[in-house]
Design a protein around this ligand. Structure first.
Ligand code: ATP
Ligand code: MG
Length: 137
């Protein structure tokens, strides 16, 4: 059974659509193994998005990710990583397909509602960043 990490970002938490987004996962065959709402520190956000450290948008991305609480969730199911990426839609919500989470709930490329692991290998690292194995059922 494959696992992936989802983050409902501060914009979507502030809009009050946590339940609607979690429903997209469950309605599309993904199981919620564990979920929690947390406030990221600057260090958390910098470490989590370290691959983007050299990008011009890095500081804005970190500022945005700490601007309010986020909901981190481990999703489980066959092809969970790709199914979640498909449900999310394109990084820029203006390019996201109708019916995707970003098309329906995101405002722009900075505040784009959700994060999802982009490979099974990255998913394992991102899950370990937020959860211990005994928290995941
Ligand atoms: P995420 O990693 O958040 O799931 P993603 O995999 O679709 O999103 P990445 O390329 O990993 O996109 O970028 C990480 C985040 O950085 C994006 O979600 C977005 O908020 C921000 N970002 C990416 N590209 C840009 C850009 N050109 N300008 C501004 N922000 C950007
Ligand atoms: Mg990414």
């Amino acid at each position: 059974m494959e696992r992936t990490l989802s983050i409902i970002k501060p914009d979507a938490v502030a809009k009050g659509v946590i339940g609607k987004i979690l429903d997209r996962f469950e309605s599309n065959g993904l199981r919620i193994a564990v979920t929690k709402k947390i406030q990221l520190s600057v260090g958390d956000a910098q470490a989590f998005y370290a691959v983007h450290a050299e990008r011009p948008f890095f500081n804005d991305l970190v500022d945005f990710m700490i601007s309010g609480p986020v909901v981190v969730t481990v999703l489980e199911g066959e092809n969970a990583m790709q199914i979640n990426r498909d449900l999310m839609g394109a990084t820029n919500p203006k390019e996201a397909q109708a019916g995707t989470i970003r098309a329906d709930f995101a405002q722009n490329i900075d505040a784009n509602a959700v994060h999802g692991s982009d490979s099974v290998e990255n998913a394992a690292n991102e899950i370990a960043f937020f959860f211990s194995e005994r928290e995941i059922s």
